[in-house]
Write a protein that binds this ligand. Structure first.
Ligand code: FVH
Length: 375
């Protein structure tokens, strides 16, 4: 295995591969971050090209897609679209100078080609030639576990495929201390052949679920789950800011928040059922009532000296629901008001054996049972 990116997550991934007996090569932009891993048996490559050349499977886990493109020498979004979407414009029609560049990058082609053997620990070094890096991908499997959007994943999959690489995209539904334990879940999508070939190796990271051939599907699930998570975290921050405005210790109040959120979570399956059926009529708590009550959340924030910016969009959405004559409906009626895309509900053409039906929620476990402070 090769792991590119040795931030908190990359280190955890590489450590899990090592723990499972997989020879592992690592590389990080800033030198000197692989020490602990090399002590455990990893090989630290001097360049990204060397790291890619070392293994048939290359796992990339860096900050974002700009970083992925920088490491792999892939063009930025518009460059990728320009190259891939223009009919009759094969990749090899690009000039050598444009091949390795990326949108918005400040490096010159000369810098891209510079050797990086001179990197000093703690200092980001120049990347080895991106042209050389992208040329090395042919015949390998690229597993990108960097957080990104479905569109970014699909574009990178197409770019990788143009270079003869199999592509798998992954969403890591875990924090670094959970990697390699049964509590970690990695959602994958992309090349079915690559998944079949490497599922065993990837399972060193925890539970691995395959969501189908569309490289963007794992990112869609990842972003959807994170959207739900940030909604919850935002609510918690607001709640503690409110109680904190009267000096109530957060540790005293939080157990009640946890119990309350757990109780409220049980209503989600019924809301999902109402959404799929497009029947929002069964409600004990209609939107009109909720829109009225929500005004008090905003007013209390203002009275207590707590900003209401996290809550305001929800208040506006409730008001839109009432204005759209949905005041007698359940909260689930608001989902359609969030959409700018007219498609709604479950895809009727989706096969009953669609792998996306197979994700087992039991694979998501309790993060609190891990030492989250150890990274
Ligand atoms: N940590 C977490 O809780 C979450 C859990 C779910 C998945 N995410 C995603 O994983 C990606 C990596 O996250 P991370 O926790 O490893 O992040 P950092 O510790 O901040 O390390 C960032 C690494 O990215 C490298 N990097 C940044 N920019 C570039 C670049 N332009 N070229 C090459 N590498 C780059 C950075 O290198 P350096 O700063 O040490 O040189 C680190 O290796 C991420 O997508 C999460 O959303 C984590």
């Amino acid at each position: 295995m090769t792991v590119i990116g040795l931030g908190a997550m990359g280190k955890a991934l590489a450590g899990a591969f090592l723990d499972n007996g997989h020879p592992t090569t690592v590389w990080n932009r800033t030198a000197g971050r692989g020490g602990e891993l090399t002590a455990r048996g990893a090989t630290e490559a001097a360049t990204a090209a060397e790291a890619i050349a070392a293994s048939p499977v290359v796992v990339v886990c860096v900050l974002d897609y700009d970083a992925v493109r920088e490491v792999l020498g892939a063009p930025g979004p518009s460059g990728l679209e320009d190259v891939l979407d223009t009919p009759g414009t094969p990749d090899d029609s690009r000039t050598p100078d444009t091949l390795g560049t990326f949108d918005g990058g400040s490096r010159t082609p000369g810098t891209l080609e510079a050797p990086d053997g001179s990197r000093t620990p703690g200092t980001p070094g120049p990347l080895d030639g991106s042209r050389a890096v992208s040329g090395l991908l042919a015949g390998r499997t690229l597993v990108n576990l960097t957080n990104g959007t479905p569109r970014q994943a699909r574009e990178l999959a197409r770019w990788a495929s143009e270079r003869g690489a199999d592509y798998l995209d992954g969403g890591i539904m875990a924090v670094p201390p959970m990697i390699g334990t049964p509590g970690s879940l990695v959602l994958c999508s992309g090349s079915p052949e690559a998944f079949t070939a490497h599922e065993g190796t990837l399972s060193a990271l925890g539970a691995v679920d395959y969501l189908g051939e569309d490289a963007g599907r794992a990112a869609l699930y990842d972003i959807a789950l994170l959207s739900a998570m940030y909604g919850m975290f935002g609510g918690f921050l607001q709640a503690v800011a409110l109680t904190g405005s009267e000096r109530i210790p957060a540790t005293e109040f939080t157990p009640l928040v946890v119990a309350w959120l757990n109780a409220m979570l049980t209503s989600l399956p019924a809301m999902a059922k109402a959404y799929d059926a497009n029947d929002h009529s069964a409600t004990a708590s209609n939107l009109g009532m909720q829109a009225k009550g929500f005004v008090n959340l905003l007013e209390t924030g203002r009275d207590q000296g707590v900003r209401t910016e996290l809550l305001e969009p929800m208040g506006a959405l409730l008001d839109r629901g009432v204005a759209a004559n949905r005041g007698g409906d359940d909260l689930s009626a608001l989902i359609d008001l969030l959409r700018t895309n007219p498609a709604r509900g479950a895809d009727p053409t989706r096969a009953t054996d669609d792998p996306t039906r197979a994700v087992d929620p039991a694979k998501v476990t309790d993060a609190a049972s891990y030492d989250l402070g150890s990274e």
